[in-house]
Design a protein around this ligand. Structure first.
Ligand SMILES: N[C@@H](CCC(=O)N[C@@H](CS)C(=O)NCC(=O)O)C(=O)O
Length: 221
C-alpha cells in the first residue's frame, strides 16, 4: 500500500489531500517537527534529505511534492485532476506544478527566515539582527512577494482555478504557497481572488478529510 511519510504541519498535507480527492488507499507514517521546526532524523532513513513529503509505493521512494503529485496522478489518477495533453490547460497545469516550489516558495521561505531570525538571535545581538533582517525584508523579500501575489491575483482572474475552469492537482500544489502567503504575508489584504481560492479549497470535503488525517495544520504560523 502507498505510504505517506507525513511531517506534521507541512507540505505533506497536500499529498494527503490529493489522495483523498482521488480516493486512493494509503497509510501514514508520522513524524513530528522538533523544537527548531526541523524534521526528525528518522525521516533521513527514508530519503537522504529528510524532507517531507516522501512517499513509498511498490518499491519506489519518491520525494519532492511536484514529483509525488505527478507519480500519483500517473499511477492512480485515471485521467482525473489533470487537463488533457496538448491543451493550453495542460501547459498551465505543468507551469503551476513547477512554479509552486521553484519560484513561489523561495521568497516565502526567506520571509519566514528573516522574520524568525531576530526572535531567535542572542539578546545582545538582537537589535542588530532585527535591523539587518528588516532591511532585507523591506528592500528585497517583501517587494518580491508582492509581485508574486499580484501575479496569482491576475491569473485567478482568467479562470477560477490555476490551470483553467476545472479543479486540478495544480491547485493542490499551489495551495501551499497561497496558504503560506496568507500566514506570512497577509495575502488577504487586497487579494480577493486568492482569498476566494483559499475559501473554495478549504470547503472541499477531501481537503477536510485530509486535515482530519494529517492533524493540526497552520503553515508557518
Ligand atoms: N521542495 C520540497 C520542499 C520540502 C520541504 O522543505 N519540506 C519541509 C516541510 S514543509 C521540511 O521537510 N522541513 C523540515 C526540515 O527541513 O527539516 C518539496 O516540495 O517537497
Amino acid at each position: 500500500m502507498l505510504t505517506v511519510h507525513h511531517l506534521n504541519n507541512s507540505r505533506s498535507q497536500r499529498v494527503l489531500w490529493l489522495l483523498e480527492e482521488l480516493g486512493v488507499s494509503y497509510e501514514i507514517v508520522r513524524y513530528e517537527r522538533q523544537s527548531d521546526m526541523r524534521a526528525p532524523a528518522a525521516l533521513r532513513a527514508i530519503h537522504p534529505l529528510g524532507k517531507s513529503p516522501v512517499i513509498t509505493d511498490n518499491g519506489n521512494t519518491i520525494a519532492e511534492s511536484g514529483a509525488i503529485i505527478e507519480y500519483i496522478i500517473d499511477t492512480y489518477g485515471e485521467g482525473r485532476l489533470i487537463p488533457l495533453p496538448k491543451t493550453p490547460e495542460r501547459l498551465r497545469y505543468s507551469y503551476w506544478l513547477h512554479y509552486a516550489e521553484g519560484s513561489a516558495m523561495p521568497p516565502l521561505l526567506l520571509k519566514l527566515l528573516f522574520t524568525v531570525m531576530p526572535k531567535r538571535a542572542p539578546a545582545l545581538l538582537r537589535p542588530v539582527v532585527r535591523k539587518v533582517s528588516n532591511q532585507v525584508l523591506t528592500v528585497f523579500v517583501n517587494p518580491l512577494l508582492k509581485q508574486h501575489m499580484a501575479f496569482w491575483e491576475n491569473e485567478l482572474g482568467k479562470s477560477q482555478w490555476f490551470a483553467g475552469e476545472e479543479f486540478t492537482a495544480a491547485d493542490i500544489q499551489m495551495s501551499f504557497p497561497l496558504e503560506a502567503a496568507e500566514a506570512r504575508g497577509g495575502s488577504e489584504h487586497g487579494h480577493p481572488r486568492a482569498t476566494a481560492f483559499l475559501a473554495r479549497i478549504h470547503a472541499r470535503p477531501a481537503y477536510q478529510r485530509a486535515l482530519e488525517k494529517g492533524g493540526p495544520y497552520a503553515v508557518g504560523r
